[in-house]
Design a protein around this ligand. Sequence first.
Ligand code: NAI
Length: 721
Amino acid sequence: MKTLRLDVDADGIALITLEAPDKPMNVVSPELIDDMIAAIERVAADASIKGAIVTSAKPAFMAGADLKYILGIAGGALTLKQAYAFSQKPSVQMHRRLETCGKPFVAAINGLALGGGYELALACHHRVIVDDPKAVVGLPEVTVGLLPGSGGTQRLPRMVGLEKATALLLDGRSVPPTEALQLGMVDQVVPAAQLLAAARAWLLNTPNPVRAWDVKGYRSSNGLLNPAVVKVMSERPAQIAAQTRRNYPAPIAILDCLFHGLLLPFDKALQLESKHFARLLCDPVARNLIRTSFVNRGEASKLARRPRDIAKSSVTRLGVLGAGMMGSGIAYVAAQAGVEVVLIDSSLELAEKGKQYSVKLLDKAVERGKQSRAAADAILARIKPTTSYESLAGCELVIEAVFEDVAVKAEVTKRAEAVLSASGIFASNTSTLPIGRLAEASSRPAQFIGLHFFSPVDRMPLVEVIVGARTSQETLAKSLDFVGQLRMTPIVVNDSRGFYTSRVFQTFIHEGMRMLEEGIEPARIENAAMAAGFPVGPLALLDEVTIELPWKIVQEAEAALGANFKRPCAYDVMRRMLHEIKRPGRRHGGGFYDYPKDAPKHLWPGLSAAFPPARKQPGVEEIRDRLLYIQAIETARCLEEGVITHPADADVGALLGWGFPAWTGGPLSFIETVGMEKFVAEAERMASTYGARFAPSDWLRARAEQGEAFYETALPRTAAA
Ligand code: NAI
């Protein structure tokens, strides 16, 4: 047996030790299931064996499924029939055989047991866990669009009750041992040194190896009429539908497994679970969520696009020019990461004010007990506010976050470069100005790069790394290392107007304004955006950034492009809101919304006079699709033009940068979710209805015709069905 060892001691206790070769953790794999089935049969058949302990030789008991493997078979790679065959997978039968084989099994949980790992523990007749907060247990499948498909949705509610199981399965929360004991998720918590002894002691007590649900006359539905359970059953489906806007099928499927499964005999309930699992496996949402949270983000954080042949570097001293909103945030995250920061502004007062931002955040962290006073003071001591450019000596990297003005940026570039060492890098945090244009002020454009942080820096984990035409590979590698040092997620983007994130984000807010101009009711626009899964609607968002920002971007583009400039679809709305109606946004007292002092914000009533609603209104779905399509089309253009070179960068950038809905997996995954051909046909329809901005390019059309997806989703290793 490759993945486990089976040893039998003098008392007739079998010790099954999981130890997947060449892997940091045990995962549910076809090999492990085969080995476990063989071990269970041996325990069942050997009259000298009284019972078995299942434990692990690795630090963790067992993680769940191999998500890369699941990714290969999720989201349409299998037919529903194949998926059902897969979901009634040997692991379901293995668990069932384990609990009905006539010998008692105890899980000695020596470390983390999540997903399939915890399901194995649930199938055992008893669970002992180490008293270590890292040894968490739980069923997190919902977070990747799935449900525990090996009996988890049936055993857990039968053990802990429907109310607790519903919360645990819908949150997907990892629970530490003491709380797991209180909830009934485990039976005993013991110090690590006593784990196996406690498991043996339980086995030697000749326990009954029959689960409650296998005793004749068992009714899991007993107690279903208690008021708390009735409340959960009657309220949860509607709550879930409202929360997820029906974009996420897993929570609803879990509720069905729980509510209907408990009314069925156990084996029938397992079949119901398998059916739901199969449907979720075929749904693109599971594939998108797995890709998003584990693969794409992991690739981005691992700096997959870092030039390989350049030695790893780190920044010990950072210069930040401009101690405004962005500069002060960058100084804070860098000091947190152990970097010395020289924080420069045009006056000492402004530089000190920038440092105060960190003081405030750290005071709050100390107050809440998240940081010790000493640690907070050490971080603060690293930030040196000054006006002196000479202090930049010794900085490996300088990031400028001064006003968004080419001349101001050129001046600070020159002043900093005069002090920087030959290898020092100069980065701009510009949100709109092309890096190539800013690099014209640099005497060493190979060491000039864009590092575009998002606001507020301490809460937004994304950094758009913009490579100019003359930026060297070494500068890129070092910049990516710095982002890694900050534990933030980089995406690599080639220079272009608006780079990637601002460029695509603009299409979202422009489309929202355009709809208003067409006579679509503003509340309908906002609701449709939220129904799609955006955190806020485009009009509310515009009020936050103020119309001045997109208007300035348009003005810049007009000045730079001259005759080649094309007015965006919302040009007139922006001009009117800014210059005629004079409601630029929240900061100026109001925009599309009113912000009364003592009441929640509401849409400005004057909007209906300024943009009269049409008599016939489109459905929410049409608006929702329009908002998603316009961004997906622009993203595809970025890939076509080489602004983005890897689909993961585009999708991660959209999800982390402006809250593109997670169920889609990002704009490129969204195209695949719709289906390339269907997407192109629908985009053509929108182009003929709303304008050429929706027209798919020849490149995208050709890809769709050839069935060339953005991601490779070939089946890995073993075929599933
Ligand atoms: P801000 O106006 O809050 O801060 C700019 C700071 O630069 C001010 O403190 C100003 O006194 C200082 N400054 C101006 N000229 C200077 C000089 N010659 N030497 C030293 N300091 C000087 O602006 P904010 O919002 O922090 O933006 C800064 C940069 O970051 C801009 O390029 C902006 O486009 C970009 N950005 C802004 C984002 C945002 O959400 N506000 C997001 C991402 C990038």
